[in-house]
Design a protein around this ligand. Structure first.
Ligand SMILES: [Zn+2]
Length: 118
């Protein structure tokens, strides 16, 4: 593990808990932090819309995926696909991220507004 130098006094920082890298503290001046590693997604306060686009097949696999995302039964999920473009979900980055991965895994045609940068 690399040594982390205290940015206040230049001493070598020590981990608060040696079992995890979740926080560091300076033994000399007490400066430090206790947090999870920096995560850009948590910092992202943007609300994203996931919009299902036209051109998706209404195969059972895709209907199942859409119904999982929207909580619709398969009949309504099929209508959603047929009525595209339709907004599927609105949420912050950490909410839409899983859904985006799910849609990409099924090669479903969709877009996010604004563009999802993660
Ligand atoms: Zn220090």
């Amino acid at each position: 593990m690399n040594k982390i130098i205290c940015e206040k006094c230049g001493a070598i920082m020590e981990p608060i808990d040696s079992d995890c890298a979740c926080g560091m503290t300076c033994p000399k001046c007490g400066w430090g932090w206790a947090s999870t590693p920096f995560n850009a997604m948590d910092e992202d306060g943007t609300i994203y819309d996931i919009i299902l686009l036209e051109g998706n097949s209404n195969s059972e696999d895709i209907i199942k995926t859409i119904s999982q995302i929207t909580g619709q039964n398969s009949l309504n999920a099929r209508k959603t696909i047929e009525n595209a473009p339709v907004k599927l979900l609105t949420g912050k980055a950490e909410t839409v991220d899983k859904v985006i991965r799910n849609l990409e895994a099924k090669s479903i045609i969709f877009k996010t507004e604004p563009t999802f940068p993660h």
